[in-house]
Design a protein around this ligand. Structure first.
Ligand SMILES: NC(=O)c1ccc[n+]([C@@H]2O[C@H](COP(=O)([O-])OP(=O)(O)OC[C@H]3O[C@@H](n4cnc5c(N)ncnc54)[C@H](O)[C@@H]3O)[C@@H](O)[C@H]2O)c1
Length: 273
């Protein structure tokens, strides 16, 4: 259903790899709500060509960009403003990758080259996206930038290894850049802390399925889906949330405020009978 919440707005959506990606759902919803936008991903991620289907469906152009390269990001904004016909109103940062997780390296034995790569791709890429836009004055007044994060930035989830520290940095960048960009032209910057979601990035984490089931039982509303997350992002891009900035917003079915649910106690009792 469309309420034209984003009618007339121009955006950039990163990170749509396949139809499971959270960014993919955000693109579908943004299109449904009347936005025009460009799609971008790392050149290597385009090999599968899945993104072409999304581009066709949303009448969007694709601009390859490695989010760790400021040159690529400059080109991304220049081309996006050219194609869309003006400054950008919203940006989705939906980028995450940890080599330590991929290679199953335990947190205490983290490889520091991998760690640095993870920081660059998953956290500094947000700083670069914002800093390039800031210098180019590419974002409109009351523009909105959303980055996706996970509660391991606040609490320990051992299997999330170095990404826990990296997400803490990402959220900190939202707050700090949110301050500067808010003063500059009222651009809002928030992070959305999403439930475990079955995507390429999510499923790459050791023990993901058990943890996904655990989180679902531990949340009064159950796990939030990628589609639910997309709907929430749309509200943050819209004019209905113009005074929300520098926040880490939990989108997790109540998980972050729950000590324990009766469903979890029942499971525990059954297991100990
Ligand atoms: N899936 C989950 O359980 C979950 C939960 C909370 C937060 N998140 C976050 O949501 C975001 C999106 O992840 P997803 O779950 O949709 O998985 P996904 O694998 O579909 O998306 C991750 C994207 O990052 C892109 N990427 C990697 N390196 C890049 C680079 N150098 N330059 C540009 N793009 C690059 C990938 O190509 C991919 O499209 C991530 O930040 C992730 O940490 C995911």
């Amino acid at each position: 259903m469309s309420n034209n919440l984003l009618k007339g707005k121009r955006g950039i959506i990163t990170g749509a790899l396949d139809s499971n990606s959270i960014a993919w759902k955000v693109a579908e919803k943004a299109y449904e709500q009347g936005a025009t936008f460009t799609l971008t991903n790392a050149p290597i991620a385009m090999r599968m060509g899945e993104i072409n289907k999304l581009a066709e469906q949303c009448q969007a152009k694709i601009i390859p960009a490695d989010a760790t390269s400021t040159d690529d990001l400059e080109n991304l904004y220049t081309q996006s403003m050219d194609i869309l016909g003006g400054k950008i109103d919203f940006v989705l940062h939906s980028i995450g990758m940890s080599v330590n997780i991929r290679k199953k390296v335990p947190y205490t034995e983290s490889n520091y080259e991998y760690f640095a790569k993870g920081i660059d791709v998953s956290a500094l890429s947000l700083h670069k996206l914002l800093s390039v836009a800031y210098k180019m004055d590419a974002i409109n007044d009351y523009g909105s930038v959303v980055a996706l994060t996970y509660i391991a930035a606040q609490r320990v989830y051992p299997f999330y290894t170095d990404m826990s520290d990296i997400k803490a940095m990402l959220e900190s960048i939202c707050r700090n850049f949110g301050y500067h960009y808010g003063l500059k032209n009222k651009t809002r910057i928030n992070s959305v802390s999403q439930s475990p979601t079955k995507t390429s990035a999510g499923s790459g984490i050791k023990g993901f399925d058990s943890f996904y089931n655990f989180a679902g039982k531990q949340s009064p509303l159950g796990n939030a889906s990628a589609e639910d997350c997309a709907n929430f992002c749309i509200t943050l891009f819209s004019d209905l949330t113009r005074m929300v900035t520098m926040q880490n917003l939990y989108h997790d079915g109540g998980y972050s405020s729950t000590g324990i649910t009766t469903a979890m106690i029942e499971d525990f009792n059954k297991a100990n009978q």
